[in-house]
Design a protein around this ligand. Structure first.
Ligand SMILES: *Cc1c(COP(=O)(O)O)cnc(C)c1O
Length: 242
């Protein structure tokens, strides 16, 4: 006799499929409003604090990139998931974590210091392709502490350009939270201007999260980092603080 009741796994997968469909509708609407093709934009699921089972669920829905903030937590998932997944480190980087990041990740979005860049460049294993990096810029002035200041960006760009084991892909930002679309767009617009001014050949603008992706798409985002709109609410990370 077959049960008509869904297993817990099937139910979780259905909920994620519904969230993904709603998310794709938001992205499609924002692209239409901006007159941009959907295929200019990469969706990066942000899976911090989510279980490996939850990532398997995303994988079954065709998603294979994952953004992680906490190294120890991420290493467990990298081991548990298939090898062809693409791993993006998006959290603050302490110097003593650079080796493991260089050895296990495909991308780093949160590069903001030359010292960390130097270590990643030296520690990227020879057999792997260059580590793809975005420089995190503080587009919120005194309201944020993370990211390189806009006036220090040209110097960091020049330094990272000289590092052969890093491939400079573009810029990333995390503006201070705001409900005001005009303010959201001003921050994202600044990141785009900085990219155009200082690294015009770099293709990536890593900007836009669950709450502000429409504004980010309007300002030229090419990579959305989306957590809660895809995975649902987060539980606090059990092992680590950012
Ligand atoms: C958590 C996180 C996200 C995703 O945030 P949501 O609001 O859940 O979409 C994106 N980028 C970074 C750097 C994050 O830490």
């Amino acid at each position: 006799m077959t049960s008509t009741k869904l297993s817990a796994n099937d139910a979780a997968r259905n909920r994620m499929a519904q969230r993904l469909a709603a998310l794709e509708r938001r992205i499609a609407d924002a692209c239409a409003n901006a007159g941009r093709p959907r295929d200019q934009i990469t969706l990066l699921p942000v899976s911090k604090t989510q279980s490996s089972a939850s990532l398997q669920c995303a994988l079954a829905l065709g998603l294979h990139r994952f953004g992680e903030n906490y190294l120890q937590e991420a290493l467990g998932k990298i081991t548990a998931l298939p090898e062809d997944c693409e791993w993006h480190f998006i959290g603050p980087i302490q110097s003593n974590k650079t080796r493991a990041i260089a050895e296990h990740f495909d991308w780093v979005h949160s590069l903001e210091r030359a010292k960390v860049a130097t270590r990643l460049n030296a520690q990227r294993p020879a057999g792997m392709p260059a580590l793809k990096v975005c420089l995190q810029v503080n587009v919120s002035g005194e309201q944020s502490k993370s990211g390189v200041a806009p006036d220090e960006l040209p110097m960091l760009v020049a330094q990272v350009r000289d590092m052969p084991r890093l491939q400079l892909m573009g810029l990333m930002c995390i503006p201070e939270p705001s409900d005001d679309p005009a303010q959201q767009r001003a921050r994202f617009g600044l990141l785009r201007q900085l990219r155009d001014a200082h690294l015009p050949d770099a293709p990536v603008l890593s900007m836009g999260m669950s709450a502000d992706l429409e504004s980010a798409i309007a300002e030229g985002s090419t990579l959305l980092r989306v957590g809660t709109a895809l995975f649902g609410p987060r539980t606090p990370s059990p092992t680590e603080t950012p």
